[in-house]
Design a binder for this molecule. Sequence first.
Ligand SMILES: [Zn+2]
Length: 347
Amino acid sequence: MPVVIRLSVIRLSVIRLSVIRPSVIRLSFVLSVVLLLGLVGAAAAQDAPAQDPDTLDPTPPGSLNPEPLPPLEHPEAPSTAARDLFARKATPFPGPARAIGGYSDGCLAGAAVLPIDGPSWQVMRLSRNRNWGHPDLVAFLKRFADNARKIGWNGLLVGDMSQPRGGPAISGHASHQIGLDADIWFDPMPKHTQTREEREFNFPADVVAKDQLDVDAKVWTRTRTELIRTAAQDPAVTRIFVNAAIKKAMCREAGSDRSWLAKVRPWYGHAEHFHVRIGCPADSPQCKPQSPPPVGDGCGHGLDDWFKDSILHPVQPLFPPLFPPPPKPGVTMAALPAACRQVVNAP
Ligand SMILES: [Zn+2]
């Protein structure tokens, strides 16, 4: 699209050159360039879903001896980032379970823990202490792990769920804030119970091909499509985020029953894990539901857009900025539901 615009504007300029005086030509040229830049910029902005690197959910190595975070000097200051408060809470807020607010702006009371080992799952990156969730999420994961066994998947490797009290995290995610999101690795659980070292330092396999246009045939297996189908067919699940190349493979492999594909949404990253989201639980009136995904299998033109050059290879600036922008300050408690203050302030 941007290329077409560029050509037509140049052609326009050439026509003008032949009929108009030089001073006007210069002005016309400048205006054309401005118009061109504007149009190209607008087209690119329209193409690209807003990319937020935080939503890539990277899986950096953990640590065998995680250092506790140093106490904050002014935790009560209104300018304190909410993530710095939530990251310092190692235990859940007691009482009944409540998901409060939205997936990317909320918190969690009465969280349940997913045990680090189960008959058909193991939790990874224990140093992050993010294997907490609403009890509905924990129940879903146990159910999903059992159902995965039935399709020949040895068990789940579970990455980040939520912090003990949910809320924004100091690394890795924009969502995962209300105990209803979980990351699952694309690798099956090994047959042995993993050591701490394995859980902190093993890396998940990247299942997307180098050119990002499809899955990596050497790594991908059809069982992975069946695994995601199994999660998507669970009534609690509302969305599953995967790399667009993975969605493409699933569109190809799904067969005739395609209704579940609507829940599988293409997104940046998510090449070595998928992200499962469940809906608002009945016990959480303050939970902000997300509108249901668009009707249809999502395999048509909307998916093609993800493979445009402007998305796969966004234009990089020619020179690095002289003064890199400071890191984003992070939202304060004012941006979260009022009930989250009580959740994060309790000892
Ligand atoms: Zn995630």
